[in-house]
Design a protein around this ligand. Structure first.
Ligand code: IVH
Length: 678
């Protein structure tokens, strides 16, 4: 392993021994949290190794001196995955899994039971590792599946990942190993205990923490976390013939010193596979890592090749998602929150409970009607449900509290004291607009959010201080903030202030759709903003469009058109837009998109009922991006109705009119078919 043969044998021996010792202490310190020597002793050992390697030309990419890079990188380098990193189709019920098996059998013309490799679906971050001649050359994030980020410097800090593969059968090869980087439950708990003590804060959940750690520019930050990795597949292969099954691939990965998940099983047919899923769900609390389901893959690689893939996912695998987790929690109080547009929403403050991978201490109650339906009072115990990234939900009252306090809508806005007014059947509103500090804060927060102007480092606490001190009265004021001014605020050093000013500056170059979304026009979210930008190409024609012209945009109906007009007819809003442009906010003008060339151009589609795997907005955005018009009601001009669960009158009407109806599974397939064609 130590390459320079001219180096004295005693030196080579010392280098080998130092490497072994350092590897051992690294493991004790980072992964096991049980250091056996002091930091100073460790640093001295590492310094000695660095010195010997440099003096005798013994540097090697598998040396622990390569594990932690000394200097932070200036930015990430984009890498392209030669073989795209796909995602997985999902099954939410046993029936959906059986349908998957039937589809596979039909497509591959199979008879008899199919052999599946069933694995836990680890809730972490997918990464790709490239080994050349057995030596780790590159680690990358999945990114959008085609382009990821080079995170080699951070990957090297993970002790589960060998810098050099064991054995010698990989000589002369290039291999891409794929898998999931994650934080174990125990490691996460230890990390949080330390963070609570030293920094007075905790991390929300292991997955987000792992995702943040893997994207650090300074690998010393990554090295502080006990990240682990389970490898599950080989992507790119050059110079090696792979065995015939996934199970044998796992054996190969193990032999090379990579870590694989021992909780995998070989199952025959849907019956055994589903039994595996049920057992895994029972075993979930005992596993030392978070999972959100199982991944079920065809074991024979030849059969995988035969089945191929769609644009997004392989046809030979499916993710079986666990049902949403439910726990009971006590409602300590019900508060009223003021939204960006003044809507007053009741929020339950809960005795914190860990459910669905996060600690939940607040849950929205939507409106007073919902509270009435639940029969909820402060002091009650409730059932909280949360799955994946879904917002926690209160499902029902589990037990009435001993001391119950009924919930009533206040008469004055809790943030500014203005009278609260009724708006429609169930909504209540504070109409004070940007005079109300809560609405001002939220509008700044919305403006800076990732899907809008994407200003990194402008957190809620700082926004609160900026707005409450009067430094930011409206979003255009953000562009006037100086480093010195920002550095006056709590927890803002010169460095973070300078970073924030740079991020604000960077946000000036944006796109029309982001800008429109950032303005916070009622009912204009990301999908509508995109449709408006696509349709008008620039702001000027949009400002001139009357309600009728606005309704020509696929995503815009009467109500949205009215909100858009009301927004731009208000001189204060026009002044704000002008101030933002004067401050330097700009976007490259685009050609209005030629809708007719898209695969669903000319088709009018209506979505109704509840979709389980995507939100209605996501479904709408997908359809719009394929050129369809998404309408709100069924008529003779409707081409197709997407009907989720509990679809009502629209479904009946579509049936009467003989319109094509797609259930959720058929809709997913319909989207895939069209995406392949694009
Ligand atoms: S196989 C073609 N196996 O789930 C996709 N994925 O939506 C191959 N994941 O991005 C993925 N555990 O991050 C596979 N045992 C496992 C997994 C797993 C977690 C993640 C992975 C992927 C996502 C798929």
């Amino acid at each position: 392993m130590t390459t320079n043969d001219n180096a004295p044998a005693s030196i080579r021996q010392e280098v080998e021994s130092l490497r072994k010792q350092i590897d051992h202490h690294n493991l004790q310190y980072h992964a096991l949290d049980r250091p056996e020597i002091t930091d100073a002793e460790f640093d001295a050992m590492l310094a000695r190794l660095e010195q010997l390697e440099a003096r005798y030309g013994l540097q090697s990419p598998d040396s622990p001196t390569w594990r932690v890079g000394a200097e932070p990188l200036p930015g990430f380098v984009e890498v392209r995955h030669e073989i795209p990193m796909l995602s997985l189709e999902k099954a939410f019920s046993e029936e959906e899994f059986q349908q998957f098996e039937a589809r596979v059998a039909k497509r591959a013309e199979l008879e008899g039971e199919i052999e599946f490799c069933c694995e836990p679906k680890v809730d972490g971050v997918a990464v790709s590792l490239i080994y050349q001649d057995g030596v780790l050359k590159r680690g990358a994030t999945r990114g959008d599946g085609v382009n990821g980020e080079d995170i080699t410097h951070n990957i090297r800090t993970i002790h589960d990942i060998p810098l050099r593969l064991h054995g010698s059968d990989h000589a002369g090869t290039v291999l891409e190993i794929r898998g999931e980087v994650f934080l174990g439950k125990e490691g996460f708990a230890a990390l949080n205990a330390r963070a609570r003590e030293e920094e007075g804060r905790t991390y929300i959940n292991p997955r987000n923490t792992a995702a943040g750690a893997i994207r650090q520019l300074d690998s010393r930050n990554t090295a502080k976390l006990p990240l682990r990795m389970y490898c599950y597949s080989i992507g790119l292969v050059n110079g090696l013939t792979l065995p015939g099954t996934l199970f044998e691939i796992f054996a190969l990965l193990d032999k090379w010193g990579l870590h694989t998940n021992i909780d995998r099983r070989l199952c025959h047919g849907a019956g055994e596979s589903l039994e595996y899923c049920r057992r895994l769900l029972q075993k979930r609390p005992q596993l030392d890592y978070e999972i959100d389901g199982a991944v079920i893959k065809i074991n024979q690689l030849e059969l995988q090749r035969k089945l191929g893939q769609t644009a997004r996912s392989p046809r030979w695998a499916i993710a079986w998602k666990f049902p949403a987790e439910e726990k009971s929690a006590k409602v300590l109080a019900v508060d009223f929150q003021v939204g960006r547009t003044g809507t007053i929403t009741p929020v339950a403050r809960l005795d914190p409970v860990f459910v669905g991978g996060v600690t939940v201490s607040n849950a929205t109650l939507h409106n007073m009607d919902e509270i009435g339906k639940l029969g909820l009072c402060a002091g009650d115990s409730v059932i909280v449900r949360r799955a994946g990234d879904v917002i926690p939900q209160i499902v029902q009252v589990a037990a009435a509290g001993k001391e119950r306090k009924s919930v009533t809508m206040p008469t004055e806005c809790p943030a500014c004291g203005s009278p609260i007014e009724r708006d429609g059947d169930v909504q209540f509103r504070c109409n004070a607009g940007l005079v109300c500090p809560a609405q001002r804060r939220q509008s700044v927060s919305h403006f800076a959010s990732r899907s809008a102007m994407d200003i990194e480092g402008l957190g809620e606490r700082l926004i609160e201080q900026l707005v409450d001190s009067g430094a930011v009265r409206n979003v255009a004021d953000l562009y006037r903030l100086s480093v010195d001014k920002l550095a006056e605020f709590e927890r803002m050093g010169q460095k973070s202030a300078a970073n924030l000013v740079a991020a604000i500056e960077k946000s000036k170059r944006t796109s029309l759709n982001r800008f429109l979304a950032a303005l916070g026009i009622r009912e204009v979210g990301g999908a509508t903003a995109m449709a408006l930008a696509d349709h008008f190409g620039d702001l000027a024609p949009l400002l001139e469009a009357d309600a009728e012209a606005l309704q020509q945009v696929p995503d815009v109906g009467e109500v949205v058109a009215r909100h858009i007009r009301e927004f731009f007819d208000n001189p204060e809003n026009l002044a704000l837009v002008a101030a933002l442009r004067e401050a330097g906010v700009y976007w490259p003008a685009a050609q209005p998109r030629a809708q007719d060339s898209l695969p669903l151009a000319g088709q009018t589609i209506v979505i109704t009922g509840t979709l389980g795997r995507m939100t209605r907005n996501d479904a709408k955005a997908k359809l719009l991006s394929l050129g369809a018009k998404v309408a709100g009601s069924v008529s003779a001009r409707t081409d197709c109705l997407v009907a989720g669960e509990k679809a009502g009158s629209k479904l009946t009407k579509a049936e009467e009119l003989g319109i094509r109806i797609l259930n959720e599974q058929e809709f997913a397939e319909f989207l895939l078919e069209h995406e392949i064609e694009t």
